[in-house]
Design a binder for this molecule. Structure first.
Ligand code: G3P
Length: 219
């Protein structure tokens, strides 16, 4: 499974990249706002910097809502860097834009997927990626991971090449479940990447090894 980092913070992306854990990056308008990007120029500049840092796919989301506007905006984003993947919301206009952009060779990540047929429609429209949001389904007492399993089954049944990015990941168990479901990619917040590394028994075990070694040196 590929690990993407779900962040627009350059320092977080840098730190995760140094750990060898960044196969790609996803951003969205909320994450860009959290990273302090106040206007379109700042956003484009940050996307360029992220692309240069990670040399991997970087999702940048449109903030327009009609198909015509999304297509124009997507083409501008795609010109920032060859690694840019344009993120388009799952709406009728979004689907229309995805279809048109895919035919022109622009890679699209269809986002805000909450039921399996939305993913199937995105794949049929030519999306390179789909992003099911599992944490937000858990938030309303639906098992988000069921959605991922259903999408994987449908894509395997028909051989769709669209890759599944498990998004809205909130904790390490989501990452484990994504891997067990055979998802192509998990896009993970930096905080959760750190949680994946740590285990109290690792810390206790290391302290004991070092203590035993020190004792042996003194004896
Ligand atoms: O990639 C989408 C993700 O950022 C949404 O996460 O936690 O806002 O539901 P969350």
């Amino acid at each position: 499974m590929k690990f993407f980092i779900d962040s627009a913070h350059l320092d977080e992306i840098q730190k995760a990249h140094a750990l060898g854990l960044v196969d790609g990056v996803t951003t969205n308008p909320s994450l860009s706002a959290q990273a302090g990007l106040k206007d379109m120029a700042a956003f484009h500049d940050q996307i360029r910097k992220i692309c240069e840092l990670v040399q991997a796919p970087v999702s940048a989301e449109v903030v327009t809502t009609t198909a015509a506007d999304m297509i124009t905006e997507a083409k501008t984003l795609a010109k920032i860097h060859e690694q840019v993947v344009v993120k388009i919301p799952m709406t009728p206009d979004g689907l229309k834009a995805t279809h048109a952009l895919a035919r022109e060779g622009v890679r699209v990540n269809v986002t805000l997927i909450f039921q399996p047929l939305q993913a199937m429609l995105a794949a049929k429209a030519g999306a390179a990626y789909v992003s099911p949001f599992i944490g937000r389904l858990d938030d309303i007492s639906q098992t988000g991971m069921d959605l991922v399993e259903q999408i994987m089954a449908i894509f395997n049944n028909y051989g769709y090449e669209t890759e599944v990015i498990v998004a809205s990941i909130r904790h390490p168990l989501h990452v484990l479940q994504a891997a067990l479901a055979g998802a192509d990619i998990a896009t993970i917040p930096y905080k959760v990447i750190l949680q994946l590394i740590n285990h109290p028994l690792t810390d206790i075990g290391l302290a004991k090894f070092l203590e035993d070694w020190k004792k042996a040196q003194k004896s």
